[in-house]
Design a protein around this ligand. Structure first.
Ligand code: GLU
Length: 550
């Protein structure tokens, strides 16, 4: 009996690998085009780190006219959840990171290099496992889980490196006849890779992000095909990335230490290995301890969180690009009108260690992003969010024309107002412009300097009777508030007041504050002229009455 016969005994049906090599030809792309993928397990949860990876992958493939695809790694069937693929497809779609190939729904895919779901590629992996067995580079291992456990215990007691390697890899020493006999006897087995590596030798590797690193060679006879006939991650990724023409594996740096094994697998399979780029995770400061954002502890670890909170997709992406390349922030400042697609991301300049996630900063980016949007866009995004998350806001926005007027206040000018950082803030932000909300709200009227009831009444009444004119332009409108101030013994200019405070009761700004607070219940609002224009004289009068009778 020889290896070839053994391989045939194990996988009698498996196709020759040439079949697959021909079925998936080298991609015809321009030189330098990067092919990469996002390869999550369908656990139904997309971590913000996964989005970060996909954003980077999508960007560098676009920059080089390459291909970005979505592969589902579902070989660990214990971890799967129902509709797990749908959740991933949706998360990418929500952020407008659309793969060129791969899964597009729970069951459908597009592209010529599929199936893009590993559990549907069983036969392919078996062909390649067979190919390795034929060459004596892989073998069936009959050790039961209890035996493996026993080996581990012995190693632990003897304080030596754990694993199935060298003298511990006892199944690698069976003769081919013994192996065949055991199989014929119906013993159960898995397939292991036969490593010729030596732990005391080093390999040098250049990682696209981490730079030069060395590792000891891999000497473990790792499992390549499990008892359920499905491959392990290590083997599956090698086969898939080879057949799918991946040029760059961009993945989390928890995989960095597996590189020695992965390069060895590529080598033994006779293939050119892809480049590897290991991304540092996004970290969180937890009472002075830096740790990875955790699915269990941190709401913001889930991509769904951003949609639920209504943080604009673009803000999340801009923020993640800030983390990815420190040059991005300056670029964006210099090019506020350019989209992130126009930024040239340099993956080799990415930070080697994990950046801290900063929610304050993200919300600040959100403010800038929203301030740059047209009123129409703000309206569309706010109502889209409201439909899914806030029925009351949805109702408020029913009158589109009115809402657009509100969103238009101080928009489109050089320094647009930055007051909304996420869609879940819109309601609270515009509420006072709606009479129903305004009237139902428990009023506080936080008047500042001018606090006297009679004085306030006089300011409001005089203003409306003598000064306010709907048709005034902004300058006239403001001049009139100055006149009112003067008439009542307040300084017309803040400067004047500062020079001679004893001459005045207070200044025009304080008078404005009275108007503003009576009108909106707030001390801080966007442009009051525009607010008055939108409300109109009748509603202003009602609000002043309410304030007076308060
Ligand atoms: N399924 C692996 C993971 O989710 C993929 C790693 C890779 O991109 O190769 O970590």
């Amino acid at each position: 009996m020889n290896y070839k016969e053994l391989a045939n005994l194990i996988y009698p049906e498996a196709k020759e690998i040439t079949y697959y090599e021909e079925k998936y030809p080298t991609r015809n792309l321009k030189e330098g085009a990067i092919v990469t993928r996002f390869a999550p397990s369908p656990t139904g949860f997309v971590h913000i780190g996964g989005l970060y990876q996909s954003l980077i992958a999508r960007k560098i493939t676009k920059q080089t006219q390459g291909v970005f695809f979505l592969r589902i790694e579902d070989t660990d069937q214990k971890r799967e959840v129902e509709n797990g693929i749908t959740g991933i497809v949706k998360a990418l779609k929500d952020f407008n990171i659309i793969p060129d190939e791969g899964m597009i729904s729970e069951k459908e895919e597009k592209g010529n290099y599929g199936p893009y779901q590993q559990s549907l590629r069983k036969e392919i992996y078996q062909s390649y496992a067979k190919y390795l067995i034929e060459q004596g580079k892989a073998y069936p291992c009959f050790c039961a889980p209890e035996e493996i456990e026993e080996i581990r215990k012995k190693q632990e007691t003897a304080k030596i490196r754990p694993g199935y390697y060298g003298v511990w890899a006892k199944c690698r020493n069976h003769t081919v006849e013994e192996m065949a006999q055991k199989i014929k006897n119906g013993e159960s087995y898995i397939i292991r890779f036969k490593s010729l590596g030596r732990e005391d030798k080093k390999i040098k590797h250049h990682d696209v992000i981490k730079g030069n690193v060395d590792f000891p060679e891999n000497d473990q006879d790792i499992v390549i095909i499990k008892a359920d006939g499905l491959p392990t991650y290590h083997f599956a990724h090698a086969v898939d990335d080879h057949l799918m023409g991946t040029t760059h594996v961009i993945r989390g740096d928890e995989w960095l230490s597996s590189v020695a094994l992965h390069l060895q697998l590529f080598h033994e399979l006779g293939w050119k290995a892809p480049k590897y780029a290991h991304i540092a995770p996004i970290m969180k400061n937890d009472n002075g301890n830096k740790r990875k954002l955790s699915k269990r502890k941190d709401a913001e670890a889930a991509v769904s969180y951003y949609e639920e909170e209504g943080i604009p997709e673009e803000a999340v992406k801009e923020y993640l690009l800030n983390i990815a390349n420190s040059a991005f922030e300056n670029w964006k400042r210099a090019n506020p009108d350019k989209t992130i697609e126009e930024f040239e991301l340099q993956i080799n300049k990415m930070s080697v260690s994990g950046a801290l996630f900063d929610m304050v900063k993200l919300l600040d980016v959100g403010k800038t992003v929203i301030s740059r949007m047209s009123a129409q866009k703000v309206y569309e995004e706010a109502i889209k969010w409201a439909r899914n998350h806030d029925k009351e806001l949805e109702k408020m926005l029913e009158d589109k024309e009115y809402a657009l007027k509100i969103f238009n206040i101080e928009r489109g000018n050089k320094k647009p107002r930055k007051d909304i950082s996420k869609w879940s803030e819109v309601k609270e932000n515009i509420e006072y412009m709606y009479d129903k909300n305004f009237n139902e709200k428990k009023m506080e009227y936080p008047y500042q300097v001018i606090n006297n009831k009679e004085e306030i009444k006089e300011i409001l009444t005089k203003y409306l009777e003598k000064y306010y004119e709907t048709t005034d332009d902004k300058q006239t409108w403001f001049d009139k508030i100055k006149e009112l101030a003067e008439e009542m013994g307040y300084a017309k200019e803040v400067k004047e007041f500062k020079a001679n405070p004893e001459k005045y009761k207070a200044h025009v700004g304080d008078v404005s504050t009275v108007l503003r607070v009576a009108l909106t219940g707030r001390t801080n609002t966007p442009d009051m002229y525009e607010i008055m224009q939108i409300l109109g004289k009748e509603r202003i009068a009602k609000r002043f009455e309410k304030a007076i009778s308060f």
